[in-house]
Ligand binder design. Structure first.
Ligand SMILES: Cc1cc2nc3c(=O)[nH]c(=O)nc-3n(C[C@H](O)[C@H](O)[C@H](O)COP(=O)(O)OP(=O)(O)OC[C@H]3O[C@@H](n4cnc5c(N)ncnc54)[C@H](O)[C@@H]3O)c2cc1C
Length: 437
């Protein structure tokens, strides 16, 4: 259930409510354990709820994620804290003491009925993080239509304090004076499901990411392709034109030691192929090109998915992209060096370019504190037994799963979440049996 008030004790704490955290919490709760799940964003769902469709089945991402979000929020053994940060997790004997801070939404959650009248009354528009700044939201708003919980957040840094939302609220739920609230929680096991971020758009400055308006991130591409996307279709950001020619640049943030990301991010080939296929469906006459060095289609059904994309007419060009500039109409111009044949470097013009960025950990113990844990050279959480127990961490009783342990697709994430839940359950049984002796 959605928790509006502190909890003192539970069997397990799950940090992060992406698909990994949701699955791990459900698997533990279904075994009768009391679980607290803490998510720093205003809604549960993680990155998956932001996706358009998922490879390789092209199922609607929201249709798969929303039922799991709802099951978590309504499970009698789960307490969900959103818009909350875990400040520290300290081992105390064979248990853990966690300090959790609930950030102020400036909404009294006991009074809010999710009617959105505050949002309708607000006159201030801000970039919408959910649409990766392609669209706009009100300064007080529920993050997205199927957010859980359906409470708005008031952006106090930008708010004019005009009082319009407070006047419109029928239950007097707006609280401009709300403060952060910190509480202690004692648990027997912890599962870290803190997920991933992407390499910054400007990591490779020669690609113009973050500067050229028609060079966009893969997350922005997901939102353009989503049924309820910011523009109601695929339009390019600079002028709203329907793009006739779209390019993907692979390895734009991975397999590059100079960026500190020497590893392969595993999902970029597949999400680019997926987005290319969806674009081809939305814009049947557009030319779509993927510039790549290698295509890594590693999972079940992924090679067939790649072959289907080729059969649909998506062009795969084995080439290095040296740099991207733009012409006076903001059309990106790529300087490419083909890796097959003897051709000289050339320049190609497209209407829209998507940089296939890499995955990096969202939370790093030695950078962000919280709990003393070791990470690998890639900075993802390290298991002392990566071959046989990938969900162990270097602290007994603390487990990890999903993209927190390395770049991963959704299938592997869900499998690993189940494994982490099983190991946490076994740990809890052992410590309970030890305490009973
Ligand atoms: C553009 C793109 C498209 C993709 N498309 C597909 C696809 O079609 N099919 C597929 O299989 N995979 C796809 N993926 C991969 C997929 O997104 C991941 O496999 C999946 O989201 C990983 O889930 P997760 O729960 O581990 O991490 P996340 O989704 O990152 O969730 C982690 C959660 O933890 C929260 N969190 C982090 N730190 C803290 C903290 N300290 N305290 C509290 N909460 C915290 C975050 O806010 C987040 O909600 C795609 C990836 C990208 C980048």
């Amino acid at each position: 259930m959605i928790a509006n008030h502190p909890v003192e004790r539970a069997d397990a704490l799950v940090v992060g409510a992406g698909i990994a955290g949701l699955q791990a919490a459900l698997d533990l709760a279904d075994q009768g354990f009391q679980v607290v799940i803490v998510e720093r964003q205003p809604s549960i769902g993680g990155h998956m709820i932001n996706l358009s469709k998922v490879f390789p089945t092209l199922d609607c991402a929201s249709c798969i994620t929303t039922p799991r979000m709802a099951s978590t929020a309504h499970h009698p053994n789960i307490q969900v804290f959103t818009y909350s940060e875990v400040d520290s997790i300290r081992p105390v004997g064979d248990r853990f003491q966690a300090t959790i801070t609930r950030k102020p939404r400036y909404i009294d959650e006991d009074k809010c009925i999710g009617c959105k009248r505050c949002e309708e009354a607000c006159t201030l528009y801000l970039p919408d993080e959910y649409d990766h700044s392609l669209g706009a939201k009100k300064a007080v708003s529920i993050p997205f239509t199927n957010a859980i919980p359906q409470y708005p957040v008031l952006d106090m840094d930008e708010c004019f304090l005009c009082g319009g939302c407070a006047r419109a609220c029928p239950t007097d739920a707006i609280d401009y004076m709300q403060k952060p609230e910190t509480f202690q929680l004692e648990v027997g096991a912890v599962i870290l499901a803190t997920g991933y971020d992407m390499t910054p758009m400007d990591a490779k400055s020669q690609y113009g990411g973050g500067k050229l308006p028609n060079v966009i991130s893969p997350w922005q591409a997901e939102r353009l392709l989503a049924p309820h996307g910011p523009y109601g279709g695929v339009l390019r950001p600079s002028d709203g034109k329907i793009p006739d020619s779209i390019a993907f640049v692979q390895c734009a943030g991975s397999r590059d030691a100079s960026l500190g990301v020497p590893y392969c991010s595993r999902v970029c080939c597949m999400y680019a192929i997926k987005q290319a296929m969806l674009l081809s469906g939305s814009l049947p006459i557009a030319d779509i090109t993927i510039y790549y060095m290698d295509i890594r289609a590693f999972g079940k059904g992924y090679e067939q998915f790649y072959q289907s994309a080729k059969a649909m007419g998506i062009e795969f060009v084995k080439a290095k992209v040296g740099r991207i500039r733009e012409d006076e109409e903001h059309n990106p111009i790529l300087r490419i060096e083909r890796q097959e044949g003897d051709s000289a470097p050339e320049e190609v013009r497209h209407d829209l370019v998507i940089l296939s960025l890499g995955m990096v950990p969202a939370w790093i113990p030695d950078r962000d504190g919280i709990v003393p844990l070791q990470t690998g050279s890639d900075r993802f959480l390290l298991s002392p037994k990566p071959r046989i127990s990938p969900t162990l961490t270097t602290l007994p009783g603390v487990f990890a799963c999903g993209a927190a342990t390395g770049p991963k697709d959704i299938v592997d994430t869900i499998v690993e979440a189940g494994a982490a839940a099983m190991q946490a359950a076994a740990h809890l049984q052992r410590t309970l049996a030890g305490a009973a002796k």
